[in-house]
Design a protein around this ligand. Structure first.
Ligand SMILES: Cc1cc2nc3c(=O)[nH]c(=O)nc-3n(C[C@H](O)[C@H](O)[C@H](O)COP(=O)(O)O)c2cc1C
Ligand SMILES: C=C(O[C@@H]1CC(C(=O)O)=C[C@@H](OP(=O)(O)O)[C@H]1O)C(=O)O
Length: 376
């Protein structure tokens, strides 16, 4: 299973081709659109989100609501194209002040451009919309096997907002940790203050994968390891600067006897705790996979940052049009969906099947074989 995307932030729209979903999977366009709307939300988004109303058009690979095994191609229009179409292919959109933290400077140097427009159009996280569409198809495939992926915000800037017990129902239903006006008052004040100051915020997202069998990924080769594959795909989300599994960095101060998770037989092989975060030796071990991702603050700042103007090579401040102040909630939706892609890919690699029924048969045989190891 693989996918590619194309599209620029202010051009006509975004495209993806997802290959490898077996035939016979029910594909609900409304669910894709629901996930797209979640990605657009979250406190701290900027004015661009008032222009866009992301909806997917499925161009191929689905007939009468079911996948047919052919590549699934997707299109999401950019509404902002209406404001750009007269000037997009003309002079006048040049951007000469590369923003620290964005792709502007390395992109310009790499491609021998004289200004940043070509870089920022594609480096923009606008492209994550179509990755969410891909991932939400993968989620629909995984849900047939009762595998769930969800993400929520743990903190924004210095303010911690870990979900309380009740919140998990909300997370399951909307698959998203919406900010609550009363409970998250401190956070809302923080975002408002930082916005007034012309600055931006990052934060931490947690992602959980539930219902995975043991044995996805592989220990036999470096590029087959599940944690490596997940980390690579998550790190490729714009703004993500760190990924940890289970206890991650905080586990480094523990002794081995405290860190590792004892194995017991209780309705199957289980662990008494999950410090490993569900992955050992590059394979799922049957426990929940728990991942935390660090999201850096947004690079485009109203108050500007020191830079060099590429036109006259003089010291300058970055130019500002508009920007998000924080995208931690939106990033949580993107991360959930890129994770869903990796899990669907690895699941299908292990169990195969051109038609869903073949995948189901192979999966059930595997579960039976594992059960027989312990219960005959
Ligand atoms: C959903 C989402 C929206 C974003 N919105 C903005 C934005 O409005 N302005 C901005 O400068 N960066 C924004 N970013 C972050 C940049 O895209 C990102 O920092 C940049 O592409 C550089 O990549 P890197 O942070 O991975 O190094 C956003 C990121 C995400 C995930
Ligand atoms: C359009 C989206 O995010 C954009 C990502 C982004 C960036 O630099 O990454 C910059 C902003 O775009 P603009 O400069 O047009 O306001 C964000 O709005 C989106 O998430 O759909």
């Amino acid at each position: 299973m693989r996918y590619l995307t194309a599209g620029e932030s202010h051009n006509k729209g975004l495209v993806a081709i997802l290959e490898g979903i077996p035939a016979g999977v029910s594909i609900d366009e409304n669910y894709i659109n629901f996930e797209l709307s979640l990605r657009q939300g979250g406190y701290g988004r900027g004015d661009r989100m008032k222009i866009e109303k992301d909806r997917v058009e499925i161009i191929s690979g689905v007939r009468m609501g079911y996948s047919i095994g052919s590549p699934i191609s997707l299109f999401i229009p950019n509404n902002d194209w209406q404001n750009y179409k007269d000037k997009y292919h003309q002079q006048g959109l040049e951007y000469y002040t590369p923003r620290p933290g964005h792709g502007d400077l390395p992109g310009v140097l790499k491609y021998n451009f004289t200004e940043c427009r070509n870089v920022l159009e594609r480096a923009s996280a606008r492209e994550t919309a179509v990755r969410v569409a891909v991932g939400s198809i993968c989620q629909q495939f995984l849900s047939i096997f009762n595998i769930k992926v969800y993400s929520y915000v743990l903190s924004i800037g210095p303010v911690k907002i870990p979900p309380k017990a009740d919140d998990y129902t909300k997370i399951y239903q909307s698959q998203f940790y919406t900010l609550d006006k009363d409970r998250d008052e401190e956070l809302i004040e923080l975002v408002d203050r930082v916005k007034r100051d012309g600055d931006s915020l990052g934060g931490v997202v947690e992602t959980v994968i539930e219902g995975l069998p043991p044995g996805l990924g592989n220990y036999i080769q470096h590029d087959l390891k599940l944690d490596g594959l997940l980390a690579g795909e998550i790190m490729a989300v714009p703004s993500v600067k760190g990924v940890e599994f289970g206890l991650g960095f905080s586990g480094t101060s523990l002794l081995g006897s405290q860190f590792h998770d004892p194995i017991v037989l209780k309705d199957g092989v289980k662990r008494l705790k999950n410090n490993a975060g569900g992955i050992e030796g590059g394979m799922s071990n049957g426990e929940k996979i728990v991942i935390r991702s660090a999201i850096k603050p947004i690079p485009t700042l109203l108050k500007g940052m020191d830079t060099i103007n590429l036109k006259n090579k003089e010291k300058s401040s970055t130019d500002y049009q508009r920007s998000d102040v924080t995208v931690v909630p939106a990033a949580s939706v993107v991360i959930k969906n890129v994770v869903a892609f990796v899990i669907a890919q690895q699941f299908h690699l292990k169990f195969g099947g051109d038609h869903l029924n073949d995948t189901l048969k192979s999966y059930n045989n595997y579960l039976k074989r594992i059960e027989e190891i312990f219960y005959g």
